[in-house]
Design a protein around this ligand. Structure first.
Ligand code: GDP
Ligand code: ZN
Length: 378
């Protein structure tokens, strides 16, 4: 059992880096900043300046940092060689700017998740104690139980690559819209990756790709088989924390293997075999990318289909609906067919919104409402 290295009463603000003169604060080694790359059996694997430390979380995290806005301090993001850049807070990111984040308790964490930035105190022997979890920029979580508590799968994700095949299997754009809504809701930037381009792209896929580009999404074409487009994919991944996700059979494992040769993916066979059981597979692992940045690998989040966006957040999660949101005549407009004064419906009728996207919105909205109906009504 690892002893606590430090008296919690004496926790002081940590220096960003160990003191240059070698002075050590009372209580042991200087605190370090690190990135949690995996969690297993109650231990956190923390990466810091090229070393990995097996850490426990100090029994009680006493200090809670005020939310990032109050501090206006950029958060470091990690590449392979250490923090690579100061990042602006999500509010300052241009594309998702119109949406104010909900005050989410997950942003001021008390429980450590993969992707968390932490302050920890090394204990020697490659071990350490996490003393502070820094505020999160983003969280990707799923509802865990009937109790409705969120389980954070990965924190501080910058980017998700949504992989579909141009054919075999035929792309399901309704599912892409679901993924897009989830990522918008989580404020995670998106790249749409159309793989298997060597098989030839059907016209309807070309048209759909053009639609998503018009909406402002980056669409890339790849072939894990020929290697075409992999440089574009690498560029999209460089220097940030990304997740590669999409339906089964589209070539996710093949792409990851092409980008990270030699990496043993702890993947598919098991989750694929258990089918619906896949969401019970735990354990996100951040894999370092050769050019800097991290790729979140987990059979459990390879497919996002199990995540949901609450009904009252859905319209915001469709980028093209945002401009109309405050314009419905009634504040409690449900945007349903025949709804009086609905700005969304008007925009649809005027051709400003693609009907297939609106259909996706309605489908997800109906689903969310059904899910959120109180038990006594069902
Ligand atoms: P995953 O389920 O998304 O991880 O997909 P896999 O990587 O297991 O790939 C599914 C199948 O598609 C395998 O038979 C791959 O060999 C094949 N595949 C993957 N990428 C490509 C590609 O770019 N072109 C072609 N033609 N086949 C591919
Ligand atoms: Zn409306």
């Amino acid at each position: 059992m690892i002893e606590r290295a430090h008296d919690p009463e004496r926790l002081e603000p940590a220096p960003q880096t160990p003191p240059a003169d070698g002075a050590r604060p009372a209580g042991g080694a200087a605190q370090l900043d690190g990135l949690v790359v995996a969690i297993a059996h109650g231990y956190s694997e923390v990466w810091s300046a090229g070393e990995t430390y097996l850490c426990v979380v100090r029994g009680k995290l006493l200090k809670r940092r005020p939310p990032p806005d109050a501090r206006r301090q950029p958060t470091a993001t990690y590449g392979r060689g250490g923090p690579v850049s100061g990042r602006t807070s999500p509010r300052e990111r241009p594309r998702q700017a119109p949406v104010e984040p909900e005050p989410a308790s997950d942003m001021t964490p008390t429980k450590v998740a993969a992707g968390d930035h932490v302050r920890f105190r090394p204990l020697g022997g490659g071990q350490g104690v996490i003393e502070e979890i820094l505020p999160r920029r983003t969280v990707l979580s799923r509802a865990r139980s009937e109790a409705g508590t969120e389980h954070v799968m990965v924190a501080n994700l910058d980017h998700a690559v949504l992989v579909f095949a141009v054919r075999d299997p035929q792309p399901h754009f309704g599912m892409l819209d679901r993924y897009l809504a989830l990522c918008e809701h989580a404020r995670v930037e998106v790249t749409i990756c159309l793989n298997k381009m060597d098989l030839g792209q059907p016209d309807e896929v070309t048209e759909a790709a053009a639609l998503y580009e018009r909406l402002g999404y980056t669409v890339i074409h790849t072939s894990a088989t020929t290697g075409a487009g992999l440089d574009a994919l690498r560029q999209r991944l460089a220097g940030r924390v990304s997740l590669l996700t999409g339906p089964s059979g589209v070539g996710k494992s093949s792409l990851i293997n092409a980008i990270l040769p030699g990496v043993e993916l702890r993947t598919s066979e098991i989750s694929e075999a258990t089918g619906k059981g896949r969401h019970t597979t735990t354990g996100v692992r951040l894999l370092p990318l050769p050019g800097g940045g991290w790729l979140a690998d987990s059979a459990g989040i390879r497919e996002l289909a199990l995540w949901n966006v609450p009904a009252d957040h859905l319209a915001r999660a469709f980028v093209e609906l945002r401009p109309y949101l405050d314009q419905c005549e009634y504040e409690d407009c449900e945007h349903g067919e025949g709804e009086e004064g609905c700005a969304l419906r008007r925009a649809l009728a005027e051709g400003a919104i693609a009907p297939e996207r609106f259909a996706s919105f309605e489908r997800l909205l109906a689903e969310a409402r059904e899910r959120e109906r109180p038990a006594w009504e069902q």
